[in-house]
Design a protein around this ligand. Structure first.
Ligand code: AKG
Length: 233
């Protein structure tokens, strides 16, 4: 069903570049579901965007984002990152991971209105966003934590999903004193279109996450992970 909806986006007649005003969207009171990860917490707003707004947001973001295909070096080989990306935010928000250095693109109208909504819902002051586009099941992000120093010691991260449903997997960061049961513990959350996942402080310190490749045919997915970088200039 989801993929049928998304195939409509290939029809130029269906393309809508403008998002509706999101200011009052928060009054629709999204449902919050808690996922306990040991002592840590993920809060999922399951219906932040309904199906129609998710489609429009997907299309507007896809059309207005300057996608980049970054390359990474692994074991002496340079390979394309298995997804498209764009780093957007306030001017001071420089970000580096896996030897990739990102200068922020200025906020687009679409993205700043989604940021304002996410800030309203979460009470956070997110000032930058990593936009990921997974073109198909071949695209992925492998195990990592969003724990780069510029995000501060205990970051809060909010992640909005649009498009095809993918699986968000989490496992604990390994420590020497950990039991084998804890080592093999996995949490899986379905990333449905229109849902907002808030990884509360502590998750990045204790857990890693991934969106693995899948052989099941899936349509494209866009993910927005909102972050905060302090301005220390
Ligand atoms: O696509 C997702 O839901 C996860 C993205 C992610 O892990 C990241 O941007 O750090």
């Amino acid at each position: 069903m989801q993929n049928d909806l998304f195939s409509a986006l290939n029809d130029p007649e269906e393309k809508i570049k403008e998002l509706p005003d999101l200011v009052d969207w928060v009054s629709r009171a999204p449902t919050a579901v808690s996922h306990a990860l040991g002592d840590n917490l993920i809060v999922e707003y399951t219906n932040l965007f309904d199906a129609s707004l998710s489609l429009r947001a997907f299309d507007a973001i896809d059309a207005t984002t300057q996608w980049r295909q970054d390359q990474i070096r692994i074991a002496g080989r340079t390979i394309p990152v298995p997804r498209l990306q764009c780093w957007m935010g306030a001017e001071h928000c420089r970000y580096a991971y896996s030897n990739i250095s990102l200068e922020p693109m200025p906020w687009t109208h679409e993205m700043s209105s989604i940021r304002d909504l996410v800030n309203q819902v979460t009470g956070a002051a997110f000032n930058c966003v990593l936009i990921n586009k997974y073109r198909s099941g071949e695209d992925s992000v492998s195990w990592h934590a969003d724990d780069e120093p510029e995000l501060g010691p205990s970051p809060r991260i909010a992640s909005l999903s649009l498009g095809a449903t993918r699986r968000f997997q989490l496992k604990r960061k390994v420590s020497p004193e950990m039991t084998s049961a804890a080592r093999s513990e996995r949490v899986v959350i379905a990333l449905n279109s229109g849902s907002l996942l808030v990884m509360e402080p502590g998750v990045q310190e204790n857990w890693v996450h991934q969106v693995a490749k899948t052989k099941i045919p899936v349509g494209p997915r866009i993910n927005l992970t909102f972050r905060t970088i302090e301005d220390n200039r």
